[in-house]
Design a protein around this ligand. Structure first.
Ligand code: AMP
Ligand code: MG
Length: 518
């Protein structure tokens, strides 16, 4: 175990690429470079609110002492760090947005692991960078708590994600217009230390392509392959790499759909090149199973980023990436046919995931029909997704009558079903019971498999909202409880949270709806 303040960091990225070395945080366009060196801006009084012991142990990082805390708060750097903000671009809500970049994230350096890998350690909310545009480079406590807890919740659910090592209150106030109603108010500031093998996004590649810096683009692709996909060495390695990115992106979205996660801002600058869930903003888990649910108020006119559209947006984003790298191909025909093959890649993973959630031991035409019918049923009756699947895993083998089935699933309903809805539920469950009887494994083995694939505890937005309200008043009890519960989301140890979303949370801004203001 080594301390953040004394261990030797490596700086593969800054050493490999052209960067702006001036250290000047003045917002500007930075053509010709992949990053700009910039230091975190000091804060008044850093206070450690949370530290992720399991991640620290995995990475071999010692519990923070006073000197480490100064690093976590942006008041000091280790002399072996070469802090920088990355320059990237992106498509936001379907439109080309040009240069974006790390507006408030500063990568301090890469932490070397014993196995030769490195992990980027990055502060989010550490002050101005050349990419802050008109904003302040800071983050508020509420969004930092959400990112801190949710990235760890996703990790423990088994969803590919960036991680969060620490949450620090800065002691400074940040002004935010949370509801975009022209009434900005001061809020407590905070900084999260994020960790991932890389925070590279589709947008890093898009930027170099848009600027026609094709040498840089080739260099970034080669570097990414060598560092993260060293097994790819053939002459068609760029194409093979794109296939890997497509696969990992499809896997990530399938995992989101499995646990009911809605990202909320799937812009191409928020798409990790490693297929990790990245940039936690106005995200939400589904409560009611509403395919059209989008937690992000900025997304509400079109609901582009709704739960049920995430796979098609992933496809759209992959076409942006394919477009960006196409100048590296003499003939992009195969690249185009690869990206056009997203559908089958996604759906194979999707149906395998749904079958596992339902305890089905194979996925042939019969199962696909059953899964599709059940999807339509859920979209029609909109039960609580998490509770409904738990009840599926607890469905008695011999339960076949309409009233009994309705009563069994009742705890997952946000309203009483109409008679035709009860009939529809009954019909689907009968088909399911008949199909389950044909499984090769016993019902108890199938049920155990279902329990492994269906979370029982999810970090619902209203819980986050309550924890943040309390934390802002200095009470961290609920925060601590949630931090513990999210570590074992498949167990029944936290059944005090195994309830429907309460009525008050339906309309509560900051719980039911969120803005990008953070
Ligand atoms: P997001 O929608 O949060 O992914 O952010 C889009 C872009 O805006 C990214 O380039 C962010 O770095 C930048 N950004 C968001 N909030 C701030 C802020 N408070 N200060 C500076 N830049 C920001
Ligand atoms: Mg972002």
């Amino acid at each position: 175990m080594q301390h953040l303040s004394t261990h030797n960091f490596v700086n593969d990225f800054t050493e490999a690429f052209d960067g702006d070395q001036s250290g000047d945080p003045e917002p500007r366009q930075t053509p010709g470079v992949l990053y700009s060196r910039v230091l975190p801006s000091p804060v008044r009084e850093p206070k450690l609110l949370a530290w992720t012991t399991d991640l620290a142990a995995e990475l071999g990082i010692s519990d923070p002492d006073e000197k480490d805390l100064n690093i976590l708060g942006g008041n000091a750097v280790n002399p072996t760090m070469k802090p920088y903000a990355a320059c990237y671009a992106g498509h936001q809500f379907g439109n080309w947005a040009g240069q974006l970049g790390d507006g408030r994230a500063i990568t301090l350096g890469e932490w070397p692991l014993a196995n030769g890998e490195t992990w980027e350690l990055q502060l989010k909310g550490a002050g101005l960078t050349p990419y802050s545009r008109r904003a302040d480079g800071r983050a508020v406590l509420r969004s930092s708590v959400r990112e801190y807890l949710m990235s760890e919740a996703m990790h423990h659910l088994g969803v590919p994600t960036t991680r969060a090592l620490s949450l620090v209150a800065t002691g400074d106030q940040v002004r935010r217009d949370m509801f975009y109603d022209g009434r900005p108010a001061p809020e407590p500031g905070a900084i999260v230390m994020r960790a991932a093998p890389s925070f590279l996004r589709f947008g890093n590649f898009e930027m170099l392509s848009a600027r026609k810096e094709y040498d840089h683009l080739q260099q970034l692709v080669d570097w990414t392959i060598e560092k993260f996909y060293p097994e790819l060495t053939g002459t068609d390695k760029t194409l093979q790499w794109f296939k890997k990115v497509m696969e990992s992106t499809a896997t990530m979205v399938v995992e989101w759909l499995r646990v009911g996660f809605v990202h909320g801002v799937m812009n191409t600058d928020n798409m990790s090149i490693l297929g990790l869930t990245i940039d936690y903003g106005p995200f939400s888990f589904l409560d009611a199973y509403d395919l059209n649910f989008s937690p992000n108020t900025t997304d509400h006119p079109g609901r582009r980023y709704a739960y049920g559209k995430q796979h098609s947006i992933a496809y759209w984003n992959l076409t942006c990436l394919a477009n960006a790298i196409s100048p590296l191909f003499e003939d992009p025909k195969e690249l185009i046919s690869t990206v056009e093959g997203f559908g089958p890649v996604f759906y194979e993973k999707f149906y395998a995931m749904k079958a596992a959630k339902l305890g089905l031991d194979q996925v042939l035409a019969e199962e696909i029909q059953l899964i599709d019918d059940l999807e339509n049923l859920l979209a029609e009756i909109q039960p609580d997704m998490t509770i409904f699947y738990q009840l599926m895993a607890e469905l008695p083998e011999d339960l076949t009558d309409t009233i009994g089935i309705n009563a069994h699933f009742e705890p997952s309903f946000y309203y009483s079903l109409t008679a035709p809805q009860q009939e529809l539920l009954h019909k689907n469950i009968i088909v399911y019971q008949e199909r389950m009887a044909k499984n090769n494994s016993s019902r108890s083995i199938s049920n155990a498999e279902m329990k492994r694939n269906n979370p029982r505890f999810i970090l619902r937005n209203y819980l986050l909202y309550e924890a943040i309200q309390e934390l802002e008043k200095g009470d961290d009890q609920l925060f601590k409880k949630l931090q513990k519960a999210l570590q074992t989301p498949y167990s029944d140890e936290h059944d005090e949270f195994f309830v429907l979303r309460p009525q008050w949370a339906n309309e509560q801004p900051g719980s039911a709806t969120l803005s990008c203001s953070s």
